[in-house]
Design a protein around this ligand. Structure first.
Ligand code: HEM
Length: 421
């Protein structure tokens, strides 16, 4: 938790990787926006950017500020990647940069294929299945009049949606869950070596599973994203061939991490916001047409992809501040989304806010989230159903403060115990 010291000591004394700090970085973000909106930490060399306009400018210049940040993800807690982790990785397929960690022109051609697999038509076509899944999950716990919402609902709905999109059978759920958690460890920036080694083993298992699935779908295509991607042709992009296994695995891995964790984080944290703002929850119950704006406002407030890396390939002057080629840049989307120059009373949650949708929770520019439409539909449908079926939702007595997973990039509560009538 950001304590008084965090808010008064010299900026360079604040350890922004400390799990305690990550519980609630928002008071510190506010201080950064006011005192040092572009700030180079002398200890780590990281340049943190915390205002909306600056982040937009960075993302408008992808040739300078690249997404070539694998080395940052591999950095682990303190020691960098170990030989043991590397040895496990070597048994699998090499990592290929397709979307998130690729830059143009490579990014451009892969992203076109990704967009084809995530058409709005496909997303809308999932509505009926989404409603059915959400209702079935609620059926499991509604008579108990209480549940741990993250495990009983928020973790499950996005996972089922991704599994449906990928055409994976239900019985593989536990595997998907383990793999998804392993990918999150690879992103968190704070896990120890032993945890990272276990995660590498899971990722290897994931690769073998999907390599086999891709072979099956090559021979027997069905209506799903794996089949689309194995058949996708790069000839339109001047490269007449199909995606190879390593490329396909890169796509699937990104869909798994982004599709599950961020949406699960958002479902949980957004419900907590509503419970702690009962008047606004009542407004939504009285007028469900407000749910779309509630989804945007909760994304703005909570920003489950709280930070994202960039690596500048050349020097750049940003609003008078010189950023040097090669130094790690951290885009603080979570901070920008509360920027007072953009949002009136931005620290407050207000489902009636007129410009909520202008947030950067899905990024901005060429890497803008390709799952944004899907995530929005999931959140909208989930809250429509939750609010219509669970009455008088409240925190259970055992739930005091929320505990957020320590993660530099992805932010979300580990548990949310609720009761209802
Ligand atoms: C609430 C849920 C979600 C949030 C907050 C979120 C947030 C983001 C953000 C901020 C980025 C931009 C990263 C950057 O600036 O470099 C991004 C990229 C991406 N997201 Fe999402 N995302 C969500 C859900 C999803 C879903 C459901 C999927 C797919 C099933 C998905 C797939 C991706 C992919 C593939 C990229 C990389 C795109 C590229 O680099 O061109 N996301 N997401």
């Amino acid at each position: 938790m950001a304590d008084d010291k965090t808010l008064t000591c010299p900026l360079h004394e604040v350890d922004t990787f400390d799990p305690e700090f990550l519980q609630n970085p928002y008071p510190f973000y506010k201080r950064m926006r006011q005192e040092a909106p572009i700030y180079r930490d002398p200890k780590t060399g990281i340049v943190a950017i915390s205002k909306d306009a600056h982040i937009r400018e960075v993302n408008r210049h992808p040739k300078v500020f690249t997404n070539d940040f694998n080395s940052m993800l591999e950095a682990g807690s303190t020691t960098g990647i170990t030989d043991e982790e590397r040895a496990i990785q070597d048994q699998g397929w090499e990592r290929v940069d397709t979307m998130l960690t690729a830059d143009p022109p490579v990014h451009t051609r892969y992203r076109k294929l990704g967009m084809k697999a995530f058409t709005y038509k496909r997303v809308l076509g999932m509505d009926a299945g989404l409603k059915e899944r959400a209702n079935a999950l609620i059926d499991e716990f509604i008579s108990d009049k209480k549940c741990e919402f993250r495990a009983s609902f928020a973790n499950l709905l996005p996972m089922y949606v991704i599994m449906d999109m990928l055409g994976a059978p239900r019985e593989d759920f536990d595997k998907f869950k383990r793999w998804s958690e392993a990918f999150v460890v690879q992103l968190d920036g704070v896990s120890d070596d032993a945890t990272r080694i276990k995660a590498a083993e899971q990722v290897l298992e994931f690769q073998k599973y999907f390599a086999k699935k891709s072979d099956e779908k090559r021979n027997n295509p069905t209506e799903d994203v794996i089949s689309d991607l194995v058949q996708a042709d790069l000839s339109e992009e001047g490269d007449p061939r199909k995606l190879d296994t390593a490329e396909l695995l890169s796509f699937f891995a990104q869909i798994m991490v982004a599709g599950n964790e961020s949406t699960a984080n958002q479902l949980t944290d957004a419900l907590y916001q509503l419970i702690t703002h009962p008047k606004q929850m009542q407004d939504l119950i009285d007028d469900p047409s407000l749910i779309e704006n509630f989804v945007e406002e909760s994304l703005r407030m909570l920003s489950p992809t709280n930070n994202m890396w960039r690596v500048p390939k050349s020097d750049y002057i940003l609003d008078g501040f010189e950023i040097k080629a090669g130094e790690p840049v951290l885009l603080r989307y979570g901070s920008a989304n509360r920027d007072a120059d953009k949002y009136e009373d931005g620290e407050n949650f207000d489902i009636h806010r007129s410009n909520a949708k202008e947030h950067l929770a899905f990024g901005y520019g060429i890497h803008t989230c390709i799952g944004a439409q899907l995530a929005r539909r999931e959140l909208k449908i989930a809250f429509e159903i939750l609010l219509s079926r669970l009455k008088n939702i409240r925190l259970s007595l055992q739930q005091s403060e929320l505990n957020y997973s320590p993660n530099i990039l992805l932010r979300g509560p580990t548990e949310l115990h609720i009761e209802f009538d």
